[in-house]
Design a protein around this ligand. Structure first.
Ligand SMILES: [Zn+2]
Length: 162
């Protein structure tokens, strides 16, 4: 349950980053992808704990992944460089939330070139007030963006601007 909430926080934070400025839906999804897709490297769990430990927080949580993703962003985005910059922010927010918010496996940022890893001894546990604050703040941010978007798209009369 808490792991799922943590994952939804990744989605929400990425969505908030993607909503900065006036982005097309394509650019938003490219930014959200940078903040959500890293956890696909946990798919090794389907083959067992050893496969999971070998690549989780390495293959999708490192420089190689984000460089490849940014190449895709630059090729596909409507506004290339601002979208690439926000995708990089979204990705690194994911890493920060993993390291500080959960502990667990270390981040191997330079995998497969190096096994150097990042951990933070003072990390929070999933069931901590700090994570509750981050999750709650993220939820409020997503709701605010939804409200703002609905208001911007509403006819002028419905907004009271007429
Ligand atoms: Zn992660």
């Amino acid at each position: 349950m808490l792991t799922a909430l943590h994952f939804f926080t990744h989605i929400g934070l990425s969505w908030i980053v993607g909503a900065a400025g006036h982005r097309t839906m394509r650019d938003r999804w490219l930014i959200v992808g940078a903040g959500v897709l890293p956890d696909l490297d946990g798919i090794g769990i389907l083959w067992g704990q050893h496969a999971y430990d070998a690549v989780h927080r390495a293959a999708g949580h490192g420089l190689l992944f984000i460089v490849l993703w940014l190449l895709l962003v630059v090729a596909l985005a409507d506004r290339r460089w601002p979208t690439a910059a926000l995708a990089a922010v979204s990705f690194h927010l994911h890493l920060l939330l993993d390291v500080v918010g959960t502990g667990g496996l270390p981040i191997r940022y330079f995998w497969p070139f190096s096994d150097a890893s990042w951990t933070y001894a003072g990390h929070w546990t999933l069931a901590s007030w700090q994570n509750a604050v981050v999750m709650g703040g993220t939820l409020l941010g997503v709701l605010w963006i939804g409200w703002r978007t609905a208001r911007l798209n509403a006819p002028a009369a419905a907004r009271g601007d007429a």
